[in-house]
Design a protein around this ligand. Structure first.
Ligand SMILES: Cc1cc2nc3c(=O)[nH]c(=O)nc-3n(C[C@H](O)[C@H](O)[C@H](O)COP(=O)(O)O)c2cc1C
Ligand SMILES: [Mn+2]
Length: 492
């Protein structure tokens, strides 16, 4: 069963006690961000702000956030029981990812209820928070689908790319060259034509996570349909041939001029790394139309997050819950599509863990090169750790044991791929190399730690022609049986 729109989703969350409506008057400037941070850190409910300073009685009075900031709500998103475990969520996502469902086109629908064009456009009519106090301004694009079309192939793409309000009709964006809309933008630059863009806010819950995940070789709308189990309904934009979800709360339409002289300062912004991303002169969306539902609900989120550090609890965000599951499912499927056998478990991220049933020498290198060669590698797989099938990738002591006794650095266990394109937001990259406008990407020296048993080593006769000695924790069968039989006598 799919949620038709964000309103159905909010109603479902309320029924399950997963939503809090906030009637107190709150400020978009700092206060909403601080409340959301506290609720995310305390693993609290989704939030619907209904009384925002300066936005009572205007065009848009409500803001929804945190819809997917818990595992139980991610399970609900898929129509699974709320207590479904992470590994089962990943397994279900993998199955549904393999059954894409193309969208259907409709002529009209809720998002067309109100249309604003030209001078009627004013982004400041929406209650967009300043999420993190050092942000360069109010970030309107934090949880939305940014839609573009490849001018050569005609294929639509939906991504989630941050955007800052610069003016009543301008949004500054971080447009990375090797993201899909970055590839589109390079083609528009070649054609010397502005790139049409549409941004959809307030959607059913699966849409934004899919836009924010590295879906390859298939349109995100087909994947969303597969995850929902029902096709997405799309309607044509007013000012371009782009298509947008008809049940969106709000759609912003515009173009990005390709001339660098039109770039404006965007940033800083509190980023997924847990640090701020820097400001730079960046491309700008010139907004020429807004359509929205009656009494629209704006949707946004905090991006900054951080795991537990000394004396501080973990401070998660929505992406750490839902995107990590989708990234793991997509990564697992990429390995299978590349014909890499023996994959037992995948936990994907900037540091990615893969558990394999090792079948031949070099198997772990095959895993890393399949991942590093993929288009999904933009924000993922900086470090890849491959372990044997007996190692629990979710347990630090288990990983530490593998690092300690199956890694010996100069024995081909450590592989570095220098100068690979990667995230421009990672502060472990030198400042000048984090310039995606100049380079189209950041600069990652990718690392493989092959923590599987090294098959380069000789098999020794002493241990029955195995590479490694037997486990000293094993007990011989005869003694085990004896102890079992006599257990009562020992009085232990
Ligand atoms: C909250 C959030 C904000 C994001 N902002 C950006 C961004 O500003 N620029 C970017 O390149 N990727 C950003 N991403 C990551 C992309 O959404 C992700 O890499 C996705 O795969 C992009 O779609 P694409 O593969 O179709 O290009 C963001 C992700 C999240 C969850
Ligand atoms: Mn894409």
């Amino acid at each position: 069963m799919a949620y038709r729109d964000m309103r159905e989703w909010i109603a479902a969350l309320e029924r399950e006690g997963e939503l809090k409506k906030i009637a107190a008057c709150v400020d978009w400037d700092g206060e909403i961000g601080a409340i959301t941070r506290k609720v995310f850190t305390g693993r609290g409910p989704a939030l619907l702000f209904e009384n925002i300073k300066g936005y009572q009685g205007g065009r848009c009075t409500k803001l929804f956030t945190g819809g997917l900031a818990s595992r139980s709500r991610v399970a609900m998103m898929l129509g699974l029981p709320r207590e479904t475990r992470f590994a089962e969520i990943v397994a279900e996502m993998r199955r549904r990812l393999q059954r894409p469902m193309p969208p259907v086109e409709v002529d009209d629908g809720p998002v067309k209820e109100h249309k604003l064009v030209g001078p009627e456009v004013n982004l400041l009519e929406f209650p967009v928070p300043k999420w993190h106090f050092r942000d360069g301004g109010r970030y309107i694009n934090t949880w939305c689908c940014v839609i573009t079309r490849d001018p050569e192939t005609g294929v639509l793409n939906a991504g989630l790319y941050r955007g800052q309000i610069l003016d009543r009709n301008k949004i500054g964006v971080l447009l990375v060259g090797f993201q899909h809309w970055g590839i589109h933008f390079a083609k528009y630059r070649h054609l010397n034509r502005p790139m049409p863009v549409a941004i959809a806010y307030g959607l059913d819950p699966v849409m934004v996570p899919v836009a924010a995940s590295p879906v390859q070789n298939v349109c995100e709308f087909d994947i969303m349909g597969g995850l929902r189990g029902e096709p997405v309904e799309l309607v044509r934009c007013e000012t371009s041939d782009l298509m947008v979800p008809v049940h969106a709360e709000i759609v912003v339409e515009g173009v990005i001029p390709v001339d660098e002289a039109t770039y404006q300062r965007e940033g800083p912004f509190g980023e997924y790394t847990g640090y701020y991303g820097e400001s730079l002169e960046r491309p700008v969306i010139h907004v020429n139309c807004i359509t929205h539902r009656t009494d629209p609900i704006f949707r946004g989120t905090l991006e900054g997050q951080k795991p537990r550090t000394v004396g501080k609890p973990s401070e998660p965000n929505e992406s750490t819950r839902v995107i990590s599951a989708l990234d793991s499912a997509i990564t697992w499927n990429i390995l299978e599509q590349h014909g890499v056998p023996g994959i037992q478990e995948v936990v994907a991220g900037v540091t990615t863990f893969v558990r394999i049933k090792k079948m031949y020498r070099g198997h772990a290198k095959q895993v890393a090169s399949a991942l590093w060669g993929s288009g999904a590698a933009v924000y993922l797989y900086k470090n890849v750790v491959v372990v044997d099938e007996d190692i629990d990738v979710n347990d630090l002591r288990s990983l530490e044991w593998a690092f300690s006794y199956r890694v010996n650095a100069a024995e081909n266990d450590i592989v570095v791929l220098p100068g690979s394109p990667g995230s421009p937001l990672d502060p472990s990259i030198r400042y000048h190399d984090r310039n995606e406008v100049a380079y189209g990407a950041g600069k990652w020296h990718r690392l493989l730690i092959d923590a599987t048993i090294n098959w380069d080593y000789p098999r020794v006769s002493e241990w029955d022609y195995a590479v490694y000695p037997p486990l000293a924790t094993d007990v011989d069968q005869q003694s085990e049986k004896l102890v079992e039989e006599r257990w009562g006598e020992y009085g232990i």
